[in-house]
Write a new protein. Structure first.
Length: 363
């Protein structure tokens, strides 16, 4: 991937200046990775108009030097990150009015920052770096596409091996093993394999339930490549022909996704994007069974801005990557969701995940 870190820091400097801030304390690890390239699990980053100071612990001395280089001043402490940070702060001339990520920092750590005895003033901010992350550079889109290809290749291995009589956990194990073999760096969220009535749980936890002939099987999972996530869902029938009701519900969800993929584009509001699928499902009388939003952003995190939701009136930017995932969930019976990742363009969408969407019987 090309090195866009300097221009990302410059964009952050401009945003801070516009907000009247001398600097920002970044504690969100995905935000730190976006700005510096650091992929570890312990760090804080202080960005001011004239400096960037990265603080981590001894475990990451070598890794920080390799991943960050000379982009930021690296401070390594064998004890407390906060003690090292407070030692460095007085050296940053002119940095007195500082922001912190209120949506990330714990109350305990925020208390360290608002200590009235200190000469600097910290105030809460929300989603400053996340706003920069919303619009994806071409190489970010390609990383998400690569993560989608890993995910769909693994799903292809699952569908040829899955049979009634296996448990959900056994199916998840096959899928997760295939994901690793195809190159995922990890799992962006716990794999969801939900069968029969449990497919009506939009975020079911994979269980020991035995998959029975005729069950719906909902599989929601993703892959990670170069730190970027994919998120895909498919719903199948296992071990017996689909019933008329299964076909009816599935084809409705399939039509809703098709309508959303055809009509979605940058410039629509999140509400308008959501309505592309919701209106069709509501017209069929199943509106109450579609209780979540149509989609969410995907990137360094599997859930990030922007959102395709009926409560969102802000426009969707070009080059954002979002999921398109309509669903219908009927308690004690089952449910269907079909989900893909797309990059938003002014004239439509660029599909980043490709796997058959027609109703398929496995086993």
């Amino acid at each position: 991937m090309s090195d866009r870190r300097p221009e990302r820091l410059q964009a952050l400097h401009r945003k801070l200046a516009a907000d009247g801030l001398d600097g920002l304390l970044v504690t969100s690890l995905p935000n730190i990775r976006y700005l510096t390239g650091f992929s570890g699990t312990s760090a804080v980053l202080l960005v001011t108009g004239g400096d960037a100071v990265f603080v981590s612990d001894f475990r990451y001395r070598t890794q920080a030097a390799l991943e960050i280089g000379d982009l930021a001043r690296i401070e390594i402490d064998s004890g407390s990150l906060w003690q090292r940070l407070f030692k460095v702060l007085p050296e940053l001339s002119g940095a007195t009015t500082l922001g912190f990520e209120a949506h990330v920092l714990t109350a305990q750590d925020a208390g360290r920052l608002v200590d009235a005895a200190r000469p600097w003033r910290f105030g809460p901010t929300v989603d400053i770096v996340e706003g920069l992350r919303t619009v994806k550079a071409p190489e970010e889109v390609e990383a998400i596409r690569d993560a989608g290809e890993v995910a769909t290749a693994a799903l292809g291995q699952l569908v040829v091996s899955l049979r009634a009589g296996q448990t959900e956990q056994e199916a998840a194990a096959v899928l997760e093993s295939a994901l690793r073999r195809h190159g995922t760096e990890g799992y962006p969220f716990p794999t969801i394999v939900a069968s029969g009535p449990r497919a009506a749980l939009p975020h079911a936890r994979t269980s020991r339930r035995v998959i029975a002939p005729g069950d719906f099987l909902l599989v929601d999972f993703g892959a990670v490549v170069n730190g970027y996530c994919s998120d895909i869902t498919r719903t199948f029938v296992v071990g017996a022909p689909a019933s008329a009701r299964q076909v009816e519900v599935y084809e409705l969800v399939r039509a809703a996704q098709r309508a959303a993929l055809a009509g979605l584009r940058a410039g629509l509001t999140g509400r308008q994007g959501d309505a592309l699928a919701r209106d069709l499902i509501e017209a069929a009388g199943w509106g109450d069974a579609f209780g979540h939003s149509l989609g969410h952003g995907v990137g360094l995190e599997v859930h990030e801005a922007p959102r395709l939701a009926k409560t969102v009136e802000s426009p969707l930017p070009a080059a954002a990557v979002v999921t398109v995932e309509p669903g219908v969930y009927l308690p004690e019976w089952g449910g269907v969701r079909i989900e893909d990742d797309v990059a938003l363009r002014h004239d439509g969408v660029e599909l980043l995940t490709e796997f058959p969407r027609d109703l398929t019987v496995l086993g």
